[in-house]
Ligand binder design. Structure first.
Ligand SMILES: *[C@@H]1O[C@H](CO)[C@@H](O)[C@H](O)[C@H]1NC(C)=O
Ligand SMILES: *[C@@H]1O[C@H](CO)[C@@H](O)[C@H](O)[C@H]1NC(C)=O
Ligand SMILES: *[C@@H]1O[C@H](CO)[C@@H](O)[C@H](O)[C@H]1NC(C)=O
Ligand SMILES: *[C@@H]1O[C@H](CO)[C@@H](O)[C@H](O)[C@H]1NC(C)=O
Ligand SMILES: *[C@@H]1O[C@H](CO)[C@@H](O)[C@H](O)[C@H]1NC(C)=O
Ligand SMILES: *[C@@H]1O[C@H](CO)[C@@H](O)[C@H](O)[C@H]1NC(C)=O
Ligand SMILES: *[C@@H]1O[C@H](CO)[C@@H](O)[C@H](O)[C@H]1NC(C)=O
Ligand SMILES: *[C@@H]1O[C@H](CO)[C@@H](O)[C@H](O)[C@H]1NC(C)=O
Ligand SMILES: *[C@@H]1O[C@H](CO)[C@@H](O)[C@H](O)[C@H]1NC(C)=O
Ligand SMILES: *[C@@H]1O[C@H](CO)[C@@H](O)[C@H](O)[C@H]1NC(C)=O
Ligand SMILES: *[C@@H]1O[C@H](CO)[C@@H](O)[C@H](O)[C@H]1NC(C)=O
Length: 821
């Protein structure tokens, strides 16, 4: 087994994995990531505890510019690693040799290298204790034998953060802010619950004097902070009785926190998985920093804010609408403004809005004068505003976060597009342009600029050989993509020389594999980062169309279960995609080989099952683009160092209309064995065709068998047929991978098989959505409908030989070419 594996390149990590699996087996302790410690164990600075579903981490940290170390808890997915709880916040560690452990009297203590130690939690002499970080962020001391017997919990001594599920109780458990961002010790403010007229309310105190109170609890989920109700979807639900309050985010999986900051302002923030940033939902005192506080086209003005209260159910004076717009709902502040006259496109005018803080999400155009900028906006019917501050910027669609009276950078005149008739009624504030006289010369100038730009690029590249017109256009497109702020800062344009350096001039040693569209190389950037480079030959099967598709798609998709595209390089004939490097190859590498399959224990498989589902839900529902993958399969699931799944290869994914549920395609791409019947036969694809592929994958993960090409089990030709046969006879447990036996909860495995059969039903409409799939898998109490016959039986016999499939499974990337008929 070892000999075979070590033939593979870059198998250091695989070997490590084998060793650690062997090691953990010998010690019969849980896998590498720990969520708890026993009394005979400890964690030292640099090590962490991670909750079961990997939501929260407990570890050592240094706040801000401080030189001290503390023990704290943070969200695992938070790129800023903002600490939500600090152990014994006024007692810092003086060095980075800290250890968190139990003392002889079962108290949990932290000590540093100098022998100083302080208590984190008192175990009151109980002898069978463990300390564990739970999935809601609660750090607990509990009995090993009886885990409901919790001796101590961090939720009872919060610091500055109120997490979902944590109770804020009358007369105790106050939040106290950090002294400053460098010092977690408690400050002068506090936050907690008060009761007036038998009703709970939230209160902020300064040295014991109350200076802000919320509305009173009346049983309605947002009666405490009515402003939260006027956003399109209510972001969180409060729940109180007359002694305690708690809250839960909506949707329930969205990371949410309520923080009292050092200046006594209360921030409610939610993590946006699309942008990977925390979004401010509400702030006390209210402030224009709150995202979308005044809704679309609403103009916010901090100087008009009522100091420490807001006027209930009235459009506050700090939000106003621009000329030509009216409030959508005068009772709620956050619904925004609507146009009084719809735009006509050609013939529209612009009104000047001086002194505006320019909103984000702009498109920046280079080489543009003021008039050209205006024309560029005018000829694009979706352009709603432009500005010429720091070059030409255009905005498309509804504008949010308009702000006036702001004293800082980024303030200028915004020119807002309105229907011409509005301008006539406003007249004096109009931006006087003559359509023919103003625009036509500008269009000519625009064309001139483009030609000049292309010409300059061409002459720059002259030394590098023949140029292709398409490539030049691609280059300008990509530069535009790069410059528009939407793509985020992670996406990079690499120079060709940087790639040749990184891959040692595409040496055979660095080659990971050969795919249908070109070879894949491993590279090392000067900063030590490892990358996988997909080099597309100019005459490869992957044309410019697919390349552009892939680049535009992946650059915008960011999720922990999708493989990240770091950047691209287009120079002359060369087109390259640069991905993050995945050391543990792909799922099929482990799943379909007997000895390696045994390394995939139950926890890893569950992690993969859930991770892939999360990735697909993101693609189907939450990402800004809404994408159908169309080629989901084991070889497209890559595995990172921690064996977390990452869905790869979006080259064939296609943007689909969020309103339509299915679409038709002439070009069927995909892999036999994973393709839904309606897609393979009629080219009709929808999110439900991905659900089908997911069902097949799920069955493969539980059974360890391959669907396609697996013959002669029972009376069936495929795994699906076999599963269906066993299901009808009530013998599904026979399907569970033998190498898991005894080491997996059978009821959960059986439920997974049940869910996978629901996913592969013949009629797309019968199949559940990915969100439903995930909740069926994770919710033990869900009642599942009986599956109908899988949609493979008729297809199987007729087309097995007609579809030829070639699969290259590369380290990092896999490409499937399907010859349709
Ligand atoms: C540590 O404590 C746990 C729980 O009390 C026990 O199961 C385990 O055997 C102990 N390990 C060692 C090495 O003593
Ligand atoms: C804790 O127990 C160890 C071994 O039983 C002993 O050597 C040590 O003195 C004890 N420490 C305290 C503070 O009681
Ligand atoms: C913090 O540590 C000190 C010193 O050990 C201890 O007296 C105090 O009770 C601890 N505080 C908490 C909240 O555990
Ligand atoms: C476990 O602990 C809880 C809380 O202390 C207690 O109510 C329950 O009876 C205990 N269960 C067992 C089996 O000891
Ligand atoms: C919060 O309080 C409720 C009852 O008011 C209780 O059932 C729940 O266990 C408490 N949660 C925590 C984390 O203490
Ligand atoms: C508050 O509760 C007390 C006792 O239940 C009751 O006597 C009193 O009338 C209540 N006050 C209000 C304003 O509801
Ligand atoms: C507070 O709630 C408890 C139980 O939920 C109830 O018994 C009590 O009467 C309430 N008190 C008031 C003043 O409403
Ligand atoms: C609260 O929000 C304000 C305004 O966005 C921000 O400056 C401050 O840092 C936030 N505080 C915390 C603790 O997030
Ligand atoms: C708190 O207020 C001070 C002074 O107004 C300011 O410098 C600081 O940035 C504020 N801190 C936060 C976290 O808002
Ligand atoms: C303008 O917006 C509509 C709807 O959002 C979209 O269908 C259309 O493609 C856009 N046109 C341009 C030129 O971007
Ligand atoms: C704006 O900021 C400048 C310096 O940054 C200051 O001189 C000026 O007084 C400020 N204006 C207002 C209205 O706060």
């Amino acid at each position: 087994m070892f000999g075979k594996i070590s033939c593979w390149r870059n198998c250091r990590l695989v070997n490590l994995l084998i060793l650690s699996v062997l090691a953990t087996r010998c010690l019969s302790a849980p896998v590498a990531i720990r969520e708890r410690i026993f009394q005979n164990q400890s964690i030292s600075d640099g090590q962490t505890l991670v909750s079961t579903s990997k939501k929260f981490v407990l570890g050592f940290f240094t706040p801000g510019a401080s030189r001290h170390r503390y023990v704290g808890v943070w969200h695992k997915d938070d790129p800023e690693r903002t600490v939500v709880w600090v152990a014994n916040r006024s007692n810092p560690l003086q060095d980075n040799l800290g250890i968190l452990k139990f003392d002889n009297s079962s108290n949990l203590i932290v000590s540093d290298g100098k022998g100083n130690s302080f208590a984190v939690a008192y175990g009151v002499g109980v002898q069978d204790l463990e300390a564990a970080i739970l999935d809601n962020g609660n750090f607990v001391l509990r009995s090993i034998a009886n885990q409901t017997n919790i001796i101590w919990k961090s939720f009872d001594s919060p610091t500055d953060t109120w997490l979902p599920g944590m109770n804020i109780t009358l007369g105790s458990k106050l939040l106290t802010p950090w002294k400053s961002s460098d010092d977690p010790a408690g400050g002068d403010y506090s936050f907690g619950l008060g009761v007036t007229n038998n009703a709970s309310q939230l209160i902020i105190w300064w040295n014991g004097i109350s200076f802000w109170t919320s509305e009173r609890w009346n049983g309605d989920v947002n009666s405490l902070i009515p402003e939260l109700k006027s956003i399109d979807t209510i972001p969180l639900y409060f729940d109180c009785d007359n002694l305690t309050c708690t809250y839960s985010p909506n949707p329930a999986t969205r990371l949410t926190k309520i923080v009292l900051d050092p200046n006594g302002s209360l921030n409610i923030t939610q993590f946006d998985p699309d942008t990977q940033l925390w979004t401010l939902l509400w702030r006390q005192p209210a402030s224009c920093e709150v995202s979308n506080l005044c809704g679309v086209f609403g103009i916010c003005n901090n100087n008009m804010l009522p100091s420490y209260q807001y006027q209930k159910n009235l459009l506050p004076s700090y939000c106003r609408c621009p000329k030509g717009f009216a409030p959508q709902d005068t009772r709620y502040t956050r619904k925004g403004c609507t146009r009084q006259t719809p735009l006509q496109c050609y013939g529209d005018r612009f009104i000047d809005m001086p002194g505006m803080r320019l909103p984000d999400n702009r498109e920046k155009l280079s080489v543009m004068g003021d008039n050209e900028c205006q024309s560029a906006c005018m000829i694009d019917c979706n352009c709603t505003a432009y500005s010429v501050l720091d070059g030409c910027s255009l905005w498309h669609g509804d504008l949010t976060n308009l702000q006036e009276g702001y004293n800082g950078s980024g303030v200028g005149t915004l020119y807002l597009r309105v229907a011409a008739s509005e301008l006539e009624s406003i007249r004096s504030s109009g931006h006087k342009i003559l359509w023919i006289a103003g625009v036509l010369p500008s269009v000519a100038f625009l064309i001139f600029c483009i030609i000049l730009f292309i010409w300059i690029r061409r002459s720059k590249n002259k030394g590098k050989g023949k140029q292709d017109g398409h490539h030049s256009l691609m280059t300008t497109d990509t530069i535009k993509l790069w410059e528009s702020e939407e793509t985020g800062s992670q996406f990079m344009i690499f120079s060709f020389s940087k790639i040749t350096d990184a891959t040692d001039n595409f040496s055979t040693e660095s080659k990971l594999g050969e795919g249908g569209f070109g070879p894949v190389y491993k590279g090392n950037l000067p900063d030590g980062q490892e990358i996988a480079v997909k080099r597309l030959a100019a005459n490869s099967g992957q044309g410019l169309l697919e390349f552009k598709n892939e680049i535009l798609l992946i650059a915008k998709l960011q999720h922990s279960n999708l493989v990240g595209l770091l950047g691209c390089c287009i120079e002359g004939e060369e087109m390259l995609l640069v991905y993050e490097y995945m050391p543990n190859k792909s799922l099929d590498f482990f799943l379909f080989e007997k000895s390696r399959r045994a390394l995939l224990d139950w926890e890893m498989r569950v992690n993969i099952i859930e991770g892939v589902a999360q990735g697909l839900i993101y693609l189907h529902k939450h990402s800004r683009l809404r994408v159908i993958h169309r080629d989901l399969k084991a070889s497209n699931i890559l595995l990172d160092t921690d064996m977390n799944p990452k869905i790869s290869d979006f080259g064939m994914a296609k943007i689909f209309d969020p309103k339509g549920t299915q679409a038709n395609t002439k070009r069927v791409v995909g892999t036999y064995g994973y393709m839904a019947p309606e897609y393979a036969m009629a080219g009709i694809f929808s999110v439900k065709s991905d659900v089908f592929s997911y069902g097949v994958l799920l069955l493969e993960i539980i059974s360890g068998m391959k669907n396609a090409g697996s013959q002669g089990r029972g009376n069936s030709l495929s795994l699906l047929g076999y599963a269906w046969e066993l299901w009808k006879e009530g013998r599904c447990h026979e399907l569970i991978d033998k190498s898991l036996h005894g080491r997996c909860p059978e009821n959960v495995a059986l439920r997974c098989i049940h869910v996978s059969l629901l996913c592969v039903q013949e009629q797309a409409a019968d199949r559940p959505s990915m969100t439903e799939v995930l909740s069926m898998i994770t919710n033990e109490n869900a009642t599942l409908p009986d599956p109908k016959q899988p949609g493979f039986l008729s297809l199987l016999v007729s087309s097995q030989t007609e579809i030829t499939e070639e699969t290259w499974s590369l380290n990092g990337l896999s490409i499937t070419k399907l010859e349709g008929r």
